[in-house]
Design a protein around this ligand. Structure first.
Ligand code: NDP
Length: 294
């Protein structure tokens, strides 16, 4: 059985790693904030590595799930690169940027180490239930080698193309997520000002052509209840939307909506701070309008 090292026990990394342990893979974990790794290890009886390099040396498959590709490259440079076994595959589940992933893959290829960018979608719930969508970029042979591990947390596993393709698809998906959150927020705030309740508006929208995951799930569960659980940080959606806008610029594709939503996410991130959840972006629209979605 493949041995696995998991680096980055954040909101989504923890439930992914939990499923890998539950599937019986020998697992070693490492996290920058050691306390998180120690709590995880005591709950799931796995080994905590003393460093990222120590973790990497224990894995046939080494999974990173950090905030950005830059963080992955920093951890590699801080010693992890030297720890990787020559037969290993680095499976990067970070929602990363294609250019940095390509650079990392080239550096690893020089040491005969495989690389697959494999960002995920489906949120913390999807990670807990093992139903994540996993979008993969890299050589088919590398993907097939690590597929049994991905199957521990993923249900829809799609090979999108060469290295960076997974990151690119993920970024575009995230820009669409941001657009639907922002657009649905504007619609419901305007309707609130007109005296139409959000319940009534969503009843119509969710049986009509304006519906989306935002209108069907995020708004009923998180906005109308005012619960705003913190599962996916607005800071990360901001990062994702900016990657999408950058890809469009690099490819010389006019993408005014993608750029606009990236700018709006940055503005909301700046206003609401590092810990705000992505759905809390609607609070900015509410503040501008002086009306609340209820
Ligand atoms: P969190 O902010 O909860 O956790 C980030 C993790 O990365 C932590 O383990 C953190 O360590 C680690 N980290 C960040 N920077 C560094 C660094 N420079 N060196 C070492 N470790 C670092 O993020 P999530 O778990 O929510 O997200 C992880 C990735 O998955 C992101 O790319 C995100 O966009 C993506 N994602 C998240 C989803 C979600 O629902 N949360 C859904 C789909 C994708 P420490 O504990 O020390 O801070």
């Amino acid at each position: 059985m493949l041995s696995v090292a998991f680096i980055g026990l954040g909101s989504i990394g923890r439930p992914m790693a939990k499923r890998i342990a539950a599937a019986g893979f020998p697992l070693t974990v490492w996290n920058r904030t050691t306390a998180r790794a120690e709590v995880f290890a005591s709950e799931h009886q796995v080994r905590v590595a003393s460093s990222a390099a120590d973790a990497a040396s224990a894995g046939d498959v080494v999974i990173t799930c950090l905030s950005t590709s830059t963080d992955v490259e920093q951890v590699l440079d801080a010693g992890m690169l030297g720890g990787l076994k020559s037969s290993a595959t680095l499976l990067d589940c970070t929602s990363g940027d294609p250019a940095t992933s390509r650079r990392i893959a080239t550096r690893l290829a020089a040491k005969e180490i495989g690389f697959v960018d494999a960002p995920v979608s489906g949120g913390v719930k999807g990670a807990e239930t093992g139903t994540l969508t996993v979008m993969c970029g890299g050589a088919v042979a590398d993907l097939e080698r690590v597929r049994p591990v991905i199957e521990a947390f993923g249900k829809t596993i799609v090979h999108c193309g060469p290295v960076g393709a997974g990151d690119a698809v993920k970024a575009m998906n995230q820009a669409l997520l941001a657009l639907t959150i922002w657009g649905t927020g504007e619609a419901l705030v305007a309707l609130a000002r007109l005296g139409v309740s959000a319940d009534v508006a969503l009843q119509v929208i969710n049986a009509s052509s304006g519906r989306s995951n935002a209108s069907m799930n995020l708004f009923p569960e998180r906005v109308l209840t005012r619960a705003f659980p913190r599962t996916f940080r607005l800071a990360l959606m901001d990062k994702d939307a900016r990657i999408a806008a950058q890809i469009a610029r690099d490819e010389k594709v006019p993408a005014p909506l993608t750029q606009l939503v990236a700018d709006l996410c940055s503005l909301a991130h700046k206003q609401l701070g590092e810990e705000a959840d992505h759905v809390e972006a609607v609070k900015v629209i509410e503040q501008w309008a002086g009306a609340e979605i209820r």
